[in-house]
Design a protein around this ligand. Structure first.
Ligand code: VG1
Ligand code: CO
Length: 538
């Protein structure tokens, strides 16, 4: 039965850096999910269209997917392609959009944010490009959500998401697919699986932490079943609604178990982790951590070792906040180089117009034009492929990179839970004075460029401002921006980079210390937030 249900707007359904992200309890409010989905439908007109649907398995995924199915029927959607049990990693969903030529996807995830009834829930909406919708589209959806008065739904029993194959609900087709197969096939088409198999056969050891989120089943299939890593190499492999209480963010703070293993006695040769929805990655060697910014630079430098890229790559792009390590690699290889605002959606036009092949962000995101999202397992396979081809360790590869290109000491400091108006005031104040810093001496640095970062997309010419940067005349940098993924309050991110060509073996914290003091001072952080130091350092 088709129903039109009256509703009233929530006024907080504005998408951030990557979709809508809220506390689970907020999304559980009456009609909250329905309002948001209908707002999307009202903007995109889903009549006759096909969408991919999945999620990272977190709390409320199952409920939201059933609602989505019934609303899709009522809104005239032609077909939904759904991952079995409702599972799909973000990269797997992007692959399906492109491979099956669908009109987009809905991925139910709050990505690296904790899950559960007291955690976060989220929705990423992607278009036929394979990437998340543009800022212009999400603005329209937000406007819709503020005036929504009804939504359409089809009343029926819940759909069985276990049963593979095609079924019908009303006039809509529902195809339940294995969420892993297409993704595995794509990876096998990019990397030298035989070389990696040999590596494992020769005793190379690895530990992968899926953090009880969506990539466990993908990792078991790829690393253990296909490539032959020892059984049990994949840890926390079963997706859980609350991620077993873990915060599924693969970094030095939250991937505690993995770090203990990799920095302990008898550490395996290689360690890695992904986030909740499988688009982020952390790379570790024996007692050794690779910063995501370095990882992007190193992968780019070694493109010729990978079957899919060995004939040459287009350029490379990074988010502005990411370190400039990859810029030096781009120069050396004489390929295009772009700096975009934070958020993967800004890479999409660059990939579609063949300006770039690789891209990455400091926030543990790396990827290529094989899809239009960052891809955690892709990055890990890339590293394994380099190791298999060179016979070198993670540490050796990274140290050789520093020796050749110099080292960007890099750290990010997050100041969490700031009242929104305090954070906005802080940024406003900084904006007002930022250009006056040009040419000034700050401590032992001289400012070469201080500005609000504005990006003009070379394809659609849209302009986006995102944070501020102070670049010193030795290339060192301070970047300030507010997070667009926190589910409550504001988070100020301060990114610091110090470039060294000779001093390659120092502690990052020591190397960025002076920049941190300058940043605290210039932005009046303590004064305005009461915080003497960051809540989280990655
Ligand atoms: C953060 C990261 C950004 C990333 C985004 C989504 O955004 O900084 O680099 O693209 O999360 O990642 P913000 O606005 O909070 O800094 V994911 O893994 O949540 O899709
Ligand atoms: Co993610």
């Amino acid at each position: 039965m088709f129903e039109v249900v009256k509703t009233t707007p929530y006024n907080d359904q504005k998408m951030g850096t990557a979709g809508l992200r809220k506390k689970s309890k907020v999304v559980m409010q009456q009609n909250y999910f329905e309002n948001f989905l209908q707002s999307i439908f009202n903007v995109i007109n889903p009549q006759g269209k096909t969408f991919v649907v999945g999620g990272d398995g977190r709390f409320y995924n199952d409920i939201a997917i059933q609602k989505l199915i019934k609303m899709a029927v009522a809104n005239g959607v032609k077909k939904l392609i759904i991952g079995q049990k409702g599972y799909l990693s973000t990269p797997a969903s992007s692959n399906l959009i492109l491979k099956r030529h669908t009109d987009g996807a809905f991925v139910l995830t709050a990505s690296h944010n904790p899950g559960g009834e007291n955690g976060d829930f989220g929705i990423k909406y992607a278009t036929e490009t394979g990437g998340q919708c543009s800022g212009a589209v999400s603005d329209k959806i937000y406007e819709q959500s503020k005036q929504i008065s009804e939504y359409k739904i089809y009343t029926a029993d819940d759909i069985n998401l276990e049963k593979l194959g095609t079924q019908k609900l009303g006039d809509m087709e529902i195809e339940i697919i294995n969420p892993i197969n297409d993704y595995v096939e794509m990876m096998a088409g990019i990397f030298d699986f035989d070389a990696i198999k040999k590596l494992f056969a020769n005793g190379f050891t690895v530990v992968f932490d899926a953090m009880n989120a969506v990539t466990g089943p993908y990792a078991i299939e790829i690393f253990e079943n296909i490539l032959g890593a020892k059984k049990g190499s994949v840890k926390n492999a079963i997706p859980m609604k609350d991620f077993g209480g873990l915060h599924p963010d693969p970094n030095l703070v939250y991937a505690k178990e993995l770090l203990a293993t990799m920095f302990g006695d008898n550490a395996p040769d290689f360690g890695a982790a992904n986030d909740g929805d499988g688009d982020r990655n952390m790379i570790l060697g024996k007692k050794f951590f690779v910063t995501p910014s370095d990882s992007l630079a190193i992968l780019t430098d070694h493109y010729n070792l990978i079957p899919a890229y060995k004939n040459g790559i287009y350029g490379v792009a990074k988010s502005m906040a990411t370190s400039t390590a990859v810029e030096r690699v781009a120069k050396k290889h004489n390929i295009g180089y772009y700096e975009v605002p934070t958020g993967w959606k800004y890479f999409v036009n660059l990939m579609d117009s063949k300006r770039i092949t690789f891209c990455g962000e400091e926030s543990f995101g790396t990827g290529s034009s094989h899809i239009r999202e960052k891809d955690g397992i892709w990055a890990i396979l890339f590293w394994l492929n380099i190791i298999a081809a060179t016979g070198k360790s993670v540490e050796q590869i990274t140290r050789e990179h520093w020796a050749k290109y110099g080292r960007s000491y890099y750290m990010r400091f997050d100041f969490d839970g700031i009242a929104t108006d305090v954070a906005n005031e802080l940024m406003k104040n900084l904006e007002n004075k930022i250009s006056s810093l040009n040419g000034k001496t700050l401590g032992s640095f001289k400012v070469a460029l201080a500005e609000v970062f504005t990006y003009k997309d070379p394809v659609d010419f849209s302009e986006t401002t995102n944070g501020m940067r102070i670049v010193m005349d030795d290339g060192s940098r301070i970047v300030f921006r507010l997070s667009g993924t926190s589910s409550s309050g504001a988070t100020l991110r301060v990114y610091l980079e110090k470039i060294e060509h000779n001093n390659l073996d120092a502690q990052s914290r020591d190397m960025v210390d002076e920049l941190l003091k300058i940043a605290m001072d210039v932005a009046e952080i303590e004064n305005r937030t009461g915080k003497k130091e960051a809540d989280l350092t990655t």
